[in-house]
Write a protein that binds this ligand. Structure first.
Ligand code: SF4
Length: 494
């Protein structure tokens, strides 16, 4: 798609909106007065966005084409601002394509965070109304966001200024799933990296614990994610949990979660090691209960392995188990997805997380057009997601965290659902950006939330295990940034 900008620089949001309406057409952005303008490809969608002075106000104009039909719309406003331009672009593209996105104009990752700002400013009812009307969010999605806001309130209010969540990344998986866009490495290629990685991870954990301790901070939650942490051996899991418990003060820690994601990595010995280390939450992620769909996405396990994994975890004594599911997988159907939910609920998870398949360019599935067949039918994906919302609600679950990504099936959302009393605080603090998350390991992103203002600062670790190992000194140096940033937060108070 060709996006032409003239008289303004609202590029970021205009580009995001173009992707909502034309998700499979890469957006090329050009300035109207550039010397290097390119000609549009035949049939290529296009949007010309124009801002110009008109009397004592401003005229906003969009001329858009889907490659066949053209539409031109204008609006006047007294000031220059991003909102009238993006609103006009949204309205014009919606009229041109007939698409009414469920999240309206919202293209960001954290719609609930935005809703919270509206509600804090105007109160619940007026804030909800403004959220819906200003951003053209559908009634169904506004209600979903409102339920999430309500469900996460106790965990957000419980946070103290000296709390943080500790995230520990284990970037290894038994094999790579076809839709994966994470940094995870499969064990066939990365086996020899595991031990050196863990040794350096321990150093990072020690340094982090020291810095946080000197600042008077302590973890309220611990989350070991990945990748698939249970790719590690039982002894490695034991050592990792012991290291965390040994160097961090755990007196205020309310939960300790380990993603046991892939059922093909589970064993009695590993689950016992986690239980003995007082891990109280795990994830066993089916994604689908169809063996055929599992095969399509390159997961080398069956639905039976998921059932066995749940049974084993129950035998070992785990109560809080999350199950991740995905809407929009290749070869799945509304009937197949309904069957997946029914069979997963029979396993009595306390948390269910429903994702919409997000296709990034780094995923193998992008190479395969069949893989995207359901992804390209947003109304089917929306129907499946609505079924999940209805069924989980009827089963007593409440949605408690929600986030969005680009290029999601149906342009929908990922939602975590929990039975009463079973929310995972880490998911709330990290997805809602309501609390500090200190991350260790490859791909970790530390998010330092000013407890006294909306300010949030990030510190990035290197993404891939080999970089993490070869440039570990830099990672330890970056960790010192936690000290500086917290000192700045505190200075602002005085
Ligand atoms: S289990 Fe998750 S991180 Fe690992 S390959 Fe599959 S999608 Fe990627």
């Amino acid at each position: 798609m060709l996006l032409i900008m003239s008289g303004h620089n609202y590029r970021f949001e205009c580009e995001n909106l173009c992707r909502v309406f034309f998700p499979y057409s890469p957006v090329r952005v050009e300035s109207a007065d550039s010397q290097d303008r390119t000609a549009p490809e035949p049939g290529e969608p296009r949007a010309d966005t124009l801002l110009e002075k008109a009397g004592d106000g401003w005229l906003y104009t969009i001329r858009a084409s889907d490659g066949q039909r053209e539409l031109s719309r204008s609006v006047r406003a007294p000031e220059t601002d991003e909102y009238p331009m993006t609103r006009l672009l949204f309205d014009t593209l919606s009229e041109l394509t007939g698409v009414k996105p469920a999240w309206g104009m919202l293209t960001g990752v954290h719609p609930v965070k935005l809703l919270r700002q509206h509600v804090e400013r105007l109160g619940l009812e007026a804030g909800m109304a403004e959220f819906r009307e200003k951003w053209l969010v559908s009634e169904g999605r506004a209600q979903l966001a409102g339920r999430v806001l309500k469900a996460q309130k106790p965990a957000v209010e419980e946070l103290r200024p000296d709390d943080y969540s500790l995230y520990v990344g284990i970037p290894f998986c038994p094999t790579r799933c076809a839709y994966c866009s994470f940094i995870s490495q499969d064990m066939a290629h990365a086996k020899k990296l595991v031990e050196p990685y863990l040794e350096l991870l321990y150093l990072e954990l020690e340094r982090t614990a020291r810095i946080a301790g000197e600042l008077g901070l302590g973890p309220i939650s611990v989350y070991i994610g990945g990748g698939t942490p249970t790719t590690l051996s039982a002894q490695q899991l034991r050592d990792l949990c012991a290291k965390i418990r040994g160097v961090f003060p755990m007196d205020r820690c309310r939960e300790f979660t380990v993603e046991a994601g892939r059922p093909d990595t589970l064993s009695l010995e590993k689950l016992m090691a986690l239980k003995e280390a007082n891990v109280d939450r795990i994830s066993i992620n089916p994604q689908t209960m169809s063996d055929r769909v599992l095969q399509n996405i390159g997961r080398r396990h069956t639905a039976r392995d998921v059932i066995d994994g749940f049974e084993l975890a129950r035998k070992v004594g785990f109560r809080d188990i999350n199950a991740d599911l995905i809407v929009g997988l290749p070869g799945d159907s509304p009937e197949g997805f309904a069957d997946t939910i029914r069979r997963v609920l029979e396993l009595s998870p306390t948390n269910v997380t429903v994702h919409s398949l997000a296709i990034k360019r780094s995923a193998d599935i992008v190479m395969n057009e069949d893989g995207l067949s359901l992804h390209k039918h947003p109304e089917t994906a929306a129907h499946m997601m609505d079924h999940a919302i209805k069924t989980l609600t009827e089963a007593g679950f409440e949605p408690y965290y929600l986030y969005r990504q680009t290029r999601m099936a149906g342009n929908l959302e990922n939602t975590g659902w929990a039975l009463p009393g079973s929310v995972c605080r880490y998911n709330i603090y990290t997805m809602d950006e309501s609390g500090t998350v200190i991350a260790c390991g490859a791909g970790g992103v530390t998010k330092l939330k000013d407890p006294y203002s909306p300010d949030l600062k990030r510190i990035f670790n290197f993404k891939y295990p080999f970089e993490y190992i070869s440039r570990h000194g830099e990672i330890l140096e970056r960790k010192e940034g936690i000290r500086e940033i917290y000192e700045q937060f505190r200075q602002r108070l005085y």
